[in-house]
Design a protein around this ligand. Structure first.
Ligand code: SF4
Length: 239
């Protein structure tokens, strides 16, 4: 039996024209109980959450609760739990790591240097992500090619070399209009910050609204001059 890594190429060929629902259906069948959605509670992830509830009785969805999310994000989590009855898997930062960070650097050290910001993202996001992915074979994300130059080549199925798992991006080829048409058609709960100029919503202190025409991720870590707009969750393996 080929390893999941070897299977990715086959899946890519077989599912090149598949709809998001068709793609999810195949992986839910092939890896029962081992497919999980990483949800930021943003528009794309809300679409995928709704799709999963229509495809399986036991959707797996996890949220990285960094402790610094917007109130609006917790509100959409609450609404979604009520509407879908999903047992969301919440992953918080390790207490000792977080206490050490704040004791030594203060609560807002991410504004002071890129190094500090990366450390905060590691403790609040990437370390909990490792735990979230521990018992899954494939993880699902809401990445879309249209979102930024960094994501322009995102495929719908890929091998995630950093986390050594299959990564599914079912909405890779969708437009922003398709996302919102789906939300409106299915009465999907959404984060109201999207209506206030926030296309991408992360932690409250590190996300701001953008101006028309700016990059989808321009509101993330805007104070960094030589900045990335990815936080490490979707990074490439260092060579
Ligand atoms: S986005 Fe900001 S607050 Fe959130 S983990 Fe990263 S540096 Fe910390």
């Amino acid at each position: 039996m080929p390893s999941p890594r070897d299977q990715v190429t086959t899946y890519q060929e077989r599912l090149a024209q598949a709809s998001p629902q068709e793609l999810l259906t195949v992986f839910l069948r092939d890896f029962p109980g081992q497919v999980t959605l990483a949800s930021s509670l943003g528009a794309e992830d809300q679409v995928l959450t709704h799709m999963l509830t229509t495809l399986t009785d036991a959707p797996r969805v996890f949220v990285l609760d960094t402790g610094r999310l917007h109130e609006e994000t917790y509100e959409v989590l609450h609404l979604s739990m009520k509407k879908y009855g999903i047992a969301y898997e919440l992953f918080a930062p390790d207490t000792q790591e977080l206490e050490k960070l704040i004791r030594e650097k203060g609560p807002n050290s991410f504004y002071e240097s890129v190094e500090n910001r990366k450390l905060c993202c590691a403790i609040r996001k990437t370390h909990p992500l490792k735990r979230a992915l521990a018992d899954c074979k494939a993880w699902v994300t809401g990445l879309r090619q249209e979102q930024s130059a960094n994501r322009a080549a995102v495929p719908s199925v890929e091998w995630d070399a950093v986390h050594e798992r299959i990564k599914l991006n079912p909405l890779a080829h969708w437009t922003n209009d398709q996302v919102w048409d789906y939300i409106n058609a299915h009465d999907v709960p959404f984060n109201y910050l999207h209506k206030k100029g926030y296309p991408s919503i992360g932690c409250a202190p590190c996300t701001r609204a953008i101006q028309p025409g700016e990059d989808f991720r321009a509101g993330r870590w805007w104070w960094e001059s030589d900045r990335t707009t990815e936080c490490g969750l979707h990074g490439k393996k260092e060579s």
